[in-house]
Design a protein around this ligand. Structure first.
Ligand code: CMP
Length: 160
């Protein structure tokens, strides 16, 4: 079984799309092993997006990712990394509406910056990101898949 990592980004939380995105993931066959609502700090984002540090959109990316809380997810299934990238659709939400109309970004994203969700791009990156955003203790305890009811309670805390 493979693991991957996702962030439901500030626009997903602000638009109150988290529950529907989680339902899409569960219906698609993902198991959610950890779900953590947090407000991300600039330091961890500079690490996470280090490969974008020289891009012109980097300052606005930091502003976007810190402006509201996010929902961090540890997900599991066969071929989890590739399957989640497929379910998310292309980075640019407008392209997603053409190329993958049933995808998460096609349904909820605005454009190529405000695109609702981050998903790890390889098995190796997923392991790095899981260890960056979750503590060792959280990862050790992540054995039993969370049920939709439990996730709904976390989402309510996130909105509260
Ligand atoms: P993500 O795939 O999580 O990783 C990098 C993020 O940078 C991406 O999602 C978008 O939110 C943002 N991004 C990527 N390309 C652009 C772009 N050309 N202009 C603005 N933001 C972008």
């Amino acid at each position: 079984m493979e693991r991957t990592f996702a962030i439901l980004k500030p626009d997903c939380v602000e638009g109150k799309h988290c529950e529907e995105v989680l339902r899409m993931m569960l219906d698609d066959g993902f198991k959610v092993l950890l779900a953590k609502p947090v407000r991300l700090e600039e330091g961890i984002l500079r690490e996470h997006y280090a490969h974008h540090a020289q891009k012109p959109f980097f300052p606005s990316l930091l502003g976007y990712m810190t402006r509201s809380k996010v929902f961090l997810l540890l997900l599991e299934r066969e071929n989890a990394v590739a399957e989640l990238r497929r379910l998310c659709g292309p980075t640019d939400s407008n392209e997603a509406r053409k190329a993958a109309p049933q995808s998460i970004r096609a349904k909820f994203g605005k454009d190529k910056s405000e695109n609702i969700i981050h998903a790890s791009d390889s098995f190796e990156t997923a392991e790095v990101e899981i260890n960056r955003f979750f503590t060792k203790r959280e990862i050790v305890w992540a054995k039993k898949p969370l049920r939709l009811e439990e996730l709904k309670a976390d989402v309510a805390r996130l909105y509260g």
